[in-house]
Ligand binder design. Structure first.
Ligand code: BDR
Ligand code: CA
Length: 311
């Protein structure tokens, strides 16, 4: 059983990733959800995370607010993709469940110190600010992490926020560099994977046909979120980036990738936040990440629909 902390900036696709985790209590225990500034400012991501817990009927999940800006840069947000609230689409009620008092970074540190080494998995779905801050503040926790399974970066698919960079890494490249150099085992879901996880019209109909508040909200979220990718890239539907992370915990066999070296560009303004992935192993730099490239999309959507039906 995976015991996880979800670090997130919801975001419609973050929301689906959280719902997938909460739908699978036999395989995944969510120790807490930590919010970070990213798609929208922190106040909204902390609110949206709680809205999703309430939608799932899980007011008991502990939600923490973390860093409100990247380590060394101004915050860049993505309202152009996710809408003003970050979660545009469905009409969900304002959350009433509490936000925890503790800072997300301290929650991450305390949890990794309290639990046996090698038992807690970190699942970052946004910029890596909270995770990097925790690693900087408490370097002893880096060897206690079981795995970091994150959505971020790109190689063949290159950029979605600049020509060279993917959004999560671009927003806080310094943080990403710290995480990629931490020595913690990394599993990376780049755009190369997530641009193959597209919510086509029949897949969205399957969500709506669940007829539940969760199924209908997910259909409405993807309908909002797909506009951007359809217009911009001529994509066949919304890419479900972040759910690839939680799906990996349930079904790692759905994904294929390579154990390679990945470095983060933090110097050049032109290629800031680029994930320089040594896919062809042309250097002798040691591998630091399992960098994914392929996904079995039909089985991924079958899993997702079956699990969402349980909520
Ligand atoms: C990533 O950026 C965000 O907009 C999404 O939620 C996802 O985590 C994709 O580049
Ligand atoms: Ca996200």
């Amino acid at each position: 059983r995976h015991r996880i902390i979800i670090d997130t900036d919801p975001g419609q696709d973050d929301a689906v990733a959280i719902l997938l985790a909460l739908s699978s209590p036999d395989e995944i225990e969510v120790l807490g959800i930590t919010a970070v500034a990213g798609n929208v400012p922190l106040a909204l991501t902390a609110r949206n995370a709680r809205m999703i817990c309430e939608l799932a009927g899980r007011r008991d999940v502990k939600v923490y607010a973390g860093c409100d800006r990247p380590l060394g840069r101004e915050l860049v947000t993505a309202e152009h993709v996710h809408g003003k609230s970050g979660l545009d689409g469905p009409d969900l009620p304002e959350p009433t469940m509490p936000l925890q008092d503790q800072h997300a970074v301290d929650f991450i540190i305390d949890t990794l110190r309290a639990e046996p080494p090698g038992t807690v998995t970190l699942c970052p779905l946004g910029p890596l600010t909270n995770i990097a801050m925790a690693f900087e503040k408490a370097p002893d926790i880096m060897t206690r992490v079981r795995e970091v399974v994150l959505m971020g970066g790109a190689y063949f698919e290159v950029g979605n926020i600049t020509p060279a960079a993917e959004f999560n890494i671009y927003v806080d490249p310094q943080a990403a560099r710290i995480v990629f150099k931490s020595g913690a085992p990394l599993v990376v879901m780049p755009l190369d994977v997530t641009h193959k996880a597209l919510v086509t019209a029949p897949r969205n109909e399957a969500f709506r046909a669940l007829g539940t508040p969760v199924g209908i909200a997910v259909a409405q979220m993807t309908e909002f979120f797909e506009r951007y990718d359809k217009e911009k890239y001529g994509s066949a539907g919304a890419p479900l980036h972040d759910p690839c992370v939680t799906a990996y915990l349930l079904r790692p066999d759905l994904f294929t990738g390579r154990q390679i070296n990945v470095e983060i560009e933090t110097g050049s303004e032109l290629t800031m936040g680029m994930t320089v992935a040594d896919w062809w192993r042309v250097t002798d730099r040691p591998a630091n990440a399992l960098f994914m490239g392929g996904i079995d999309a039909p089985d991924f959507f079958a899993l997702l629909t079956e699990r969402l039906a349980r909520l």
